[in-house]
Design a protein around this ligand. Structure first.
Ligand SMILES: [Zn+2]
Length: 282
């Protein structure tokens, strides 16, 4: 943990809170962060719940920093299932994946959002930690904004903070699912669950001269390509993209600081612009 980071270990998750504590948070107009995770393979070295664990970790760190600035905030319930992985990320089936269809996922997210809003929360953040949840969460946030008094905002740190954290990474080659960045974060989140002796690198075969903005939309690109032409996935068997052997917990802390800083900037900016937003009487 960096010196200026407040202690996020003291921040409870939603299911660790009591009804009285949640009621008090609603009364002080707290913002609530709902993490969107997954239950899916992350190679031989990371647990199936890696996305959910990182989402909760990032929400706790963000809430700790908001508290330190005097903004009421709580960690909302995390959703541990998401839509099936993109074929352009993991084109093979591996054991352990438990996914929802996109339509079921949107229904679950909308109903959880509506429950939260019915209780009195008026600013809800969907914190994506599973790439495939990005498009569905935007559709649900739009719908909830149109049909309730709440303001529901989606957060995609892959666009907001990831480009700046590449300076903390050792790898020169492409890094992705279960790679150096994600393994750094998991070493900072739950080191006892990282089987580093099983971590294996794999890198895609990338064609040259890619057109401008040729990246998937959830990474900020302009091309929704969900199947990759061979030889991109040549030799792909582990489900990992990148080199997890390069990962360290120290650099996991640094990238969490960067991601948390971006999220707090966004939320602080939102709150400054909407201090008088309307809310129903409880
Ligand atoms: Zn992941």
């Amino acid at each position: 943990m960096s010196e200026q980071s407040p202690n996020h270990h003291a921040v409870p998750t939603f299911d660790e809170m009591t009804s009285v504590e949640v009621g008090a948070a609603i009364k002080e107009n707290a913002v609530i962060l709902i993490s969107l995770g997954a239950t899916e393979q992350h190679g031989a070295h990371l647990p199936l719940g890696a996305d959910t664990m990182q989402g909760i970790e990032l929400a706790r760190r963000t809430v700790a920093r908001l508290h330190a600035e005097g903004h009421p905030a709580i960690v909302g319930p995390a959703i541990p299932f998401g839509p099936r992985g993109f074929l352009s990320e993991t084109p093979i089936k591996l054991p352990g994946n438990v996914n929802l269809s996109a339509s079921t996922f949107m229904k679950v997210l909308e109903e959880i959002g509506r429950e939260i809003i019915d209780q009195g929360f008026r600013r809800v953040y969907f914190l994506g930690f599973h790439a495939e949840s990005d498009a569905p969460m935007q559709i649900v946030a739009k719908s909830l904004c149109e049909t309730t008094e709440a303001n529901v905002v989606t957060l995609n740190w892959l666009v907001g903070a990831r480009p700046r954290y590449s300076k903390y990474m050792e790898a020169q080659a492409q890094d992705g699912h279960g790679g150096e960045g994600e393994t750094c974060r998991m070493l900072a989140t739950a080191p006892h669950l990282c089987r580093m002796e099983k971590a294996e690198p794999w890198h895609p075969t990338i064609s040259e001269n890619q057109p401008e903005a040729d990246a998937l939309p959830y990474l900020g690109g302009g091309v929704g390509r969900f199947k990759m032409a061979e030889p991109y996935f040549q030799g792909f068997t582990s489900g990992v993209t990148g080199d997890p052997q390069l990962a360290t917990a120290d650099r996991g802390e640094l990238v969490y600081d960067l991601m948390t800083g971006w999220l707090v900037d966004v939320i602080r900016h939102d709150l400054q612009g909407t201090e008088d937003y309307s809310r129903a009487e409880l």
